[in-house]
Design a binder for this molecule. Structure first.
Ligand code: SF4
Length: 246
């Protein structure tokens, strides 16, 4: 056995396959954050500065889930503080939603990158890494119980809404999910946001905060057929609901 192979197998033997065994028995967000800060369930912790756990309160009605922390987030230890975060913040601001009313997190909690000279270039996490990290995200969703779950990008959408989800075709649609009464996906595309403002699913939250007892306002209305009848989960025609303005 080569030294490298032995080293790889040895390291693997020490690493739990997923973070499942690290979830505290009586989880709270601070306990989860603390446990995740020591996670070694996959190899991504090795190259990263720190775990970037979710941010927000348990009372948040809206949960936004991205793919993974970026370079800036890795250094600062907070999600969505890099360029995409700035854009998201602007989008939320334009939508009249305060960042404090939203729970922000990522599918994978450590930054995956490739070093090119002085630059760290983002790398998409693979299925094994996503699977290893998934228990943290599941625990966050179970605690926050969001009314609205917004997946930002394809990785988050496929992880939470199913592998068959196609963000290019299905973004803005309301998807039947046991994770939240309203679940949808969008992309944060800087060029598009410059031209057209925040993604529609964020605009629809306008004017409602997490403390609003009526809940966040969703203008995503169930799709109606030509006869005016409601289409969607309450009918036998399928479980998909679609934004009326998509
Ligand atoms: Fe643990 Fe997730 Fe980090 Fe992997 S990416 S070490 S599973 S926290």
């Amino acid at each position: 056995m080569s030294g490298l192979l032995a080293e790889t197998l040895g390291t693997r033997a020490l690493m739990p396959e997923t973070a499942e065994t690290l979830i505290p028995e009586r989880p709270t967000l601070p306990r989860l954050r603390d446990a995740a800060s020591r996670c070694t369930a996959c190899h991504l912790y090795k190259g990263a500065t720190q775990t970037v756990f979710g941010e927000g309160t348990r009372k948040a009605q809206v949960m936004l889930v991205g793919e993974q922390p970026g370079d800036r987030e890795d250094i600062e230890g907070e999600p969505f503080v890099g360029p995409a975060g700035k854009l998201l913040e602007r989008a939320l601001e334009e939508a009249g939603v305060s960042r404090g009313d939203v729970y922000l997190t990522n599918v994978v909690k450590h930054f995956k990158y490739e070093q090119r000279g002085k630059r760290r270039i983002h790398q998409r996490p693979n299925a094994e890494e996503i699977g290893a990290c998934r228990p943290w995200l599941e625990a966050e969703v179970a605690l926050v119980k969001p009314k609205v779950l917004v997946c930002l990008g394809a990785t988050a959408a496929k992880t939470l809404l199913g592998q068959s989800f196609r963000v290019t075709k299905q973004r803005r649609e309301l998807i039947e999910s046991e994770l939240a009464p309203f679940a949808t996906a969008t992309v944060i595309d800087p060029a598009r946001a410059e031209r057209r403002g925040p993604p529609p699913c964020l605009r629809r939250l306008r004017g409602r905060s997490a403390s609003d007892r009526r809940g966040p306002r969703l203008a995503c209305r169930p799709r109606r057929g030509r006869c005016g009848r409601r289409l969607g989960p309450s009918t036998s025609s399928g479980a998909r609901r679609t934004c009326s303005s998509a």
